[in-house]
Design a protein around this ligand. Structure first.
Ligand code: ACO
Length: 312
């Protein structure tokens, strides 16, 4: 059998940390509202030196080091982002050049918003299975602070910047389960990054309602696609949009005893970066249980969702 597995994780966050108290000097909000409605306590905000590309490079480099893989052995790099700066050269091309990847490595940008990492993992896994690549790097990188309206308290308190990455390699056992993915037509316009200048806006209430009523079934479908039951899952790594979405999802999936990624508290919503960032930070701290099935589930703009079970 030719499958794939995760060989390592990496991440990068800007050094500037913005607290809820600082935010309440910018807009009419307060620490208590933000904590009780979202769980967020801090977020990292990009400085002039932090771009989607620079953070993607750092996260990918850290993941390759963690995996013990040489850049010259990488056959594919996928960068998922809602905030890719240029259409050409695109982010993955710049990452491939900066890391010194082989000229035969495929550089691919994708934008399926907050589920971008899970889509990237699915595409990389399939490329490895069919033999197009032996090693792939999948990155989520975002500078949401650049597209948020800093006078709009309903969105600026939610977002953060950062990047996370995973290295996937060929394996004789399939450690990345089949993806379960799709979209929600009635929420097609619920998350927008549009206008000139581009601005992020969302129908927070509609997304919240979908997330606490419908998302659990899609997450269950990813577990079933892997031929597993929820009892087999040791780690839940869901899109870090809001702790008030993560906790009901965990409860609906009977996850009280699981290791749950809750990096939203420290990093806010970093869209495509949120799942690999949270996993990589837990991995680096030595907190992430090893060798146990981990349920990834992302959802957001498009309106797209995707999930799969990976064993780290
Ligand atoms: N500080 C203080 N008060 C605020 C703030 C703030 N920062 N923001 C809004 N309010 C006020 C509103 O004006 C409103 O006041 P009113 O009742 O007097 O009108 C009240 O708080 C309630 O506002 P709601 O928007 O209804 O608050 P809600 O409880 O729905 O929480 C939130 C909003 C956090 C956005 C929630 O709806 C949510 O998390 N939705 C899901 C978002 C999501 O998952 N997006 C994922 C895809 S997009 C992406 O990830 C990039």
């Amino acid at each position: 059998l030719r499958g794939s597995r995760i060989l390592g994780f990496g991440h990068h966050q800007p050094s500037r940390v913005l607290t809820n108290d600082e935010l309440s000097t910018l807009v009419d909000t307060n620490d208590e509202w933000i904590r009780t409605r979202t769980g967020i306590e801090t977020r990292h905000i990009a400085g002039p030196e932090d771009t989607v590309t620079s953070m993607a490079i750092e996260a990918a480099r850290n993941a390759l080091t963690d995996a013990g893989v040489a850049p010259s052995d990488v056959g594919m790099v996928i960068v998922a982002s809602t905030t890719h700066r240029d259409r050409a050269p695109y982010t993955a091309g710049r990452v491939a050049a900066a890391l010194g990847l082989s000229p035969s490595a495929a550089p691919i940008d994708i934008n399926t918003a907050c589920s971008g990492f899970e889509y990237g993992v699915a595409l990389a896994d399939q490329a490895i299975r069919v033999g197009s690549s032996d090693i792939a790097v999948v990155v989520g990188s975002e500078v949401l602070s650049g597209i948020v309206d800093w006078t709009d308290r309903s969105t600026c308190v939610l977002v953060g910047d950062g990047a996370g990455a995973a290295v996937l390699g060929v394996s004789d056992t399939a450690q990345i389960g089949p993806v379960s993915w799709g979209s929600v037509p009635h929420l097609e316009e619920a998350v927008l990054v549009s206008g000139d200048p581009e601005r992020f806006s969302q129908e927070g209430r509609s997304i919240y309602r979908w997330a606490i009523t419908e998302a659990a079934d899609h997450a269950r479908a990813a577990v079933a696609a892997a031929g597993l039951t929820l009892d087999d899952i040791g780690v839940f790594a869901f899109h870090q949009a809001n702790l008030r979405i993560i906790e009901p999802l965990v409860a609906a999936l009977g996850g009280e005893s699981k290791f749950v990624v809750r990096d939203v508290i420290e990093s806010g919503n970093t869209s495509a970066a949120s799942v690999p960032l949270g996993l990589s930070k837990a991995w680096a701290r030595g907190d992430l249980p090893e060798g146990v099935p981990t349920l990834l589930f992302g959802f957001g703009g498009g309106f797209a969702h995707a999930g799969q079970v990976v064993t780290t």
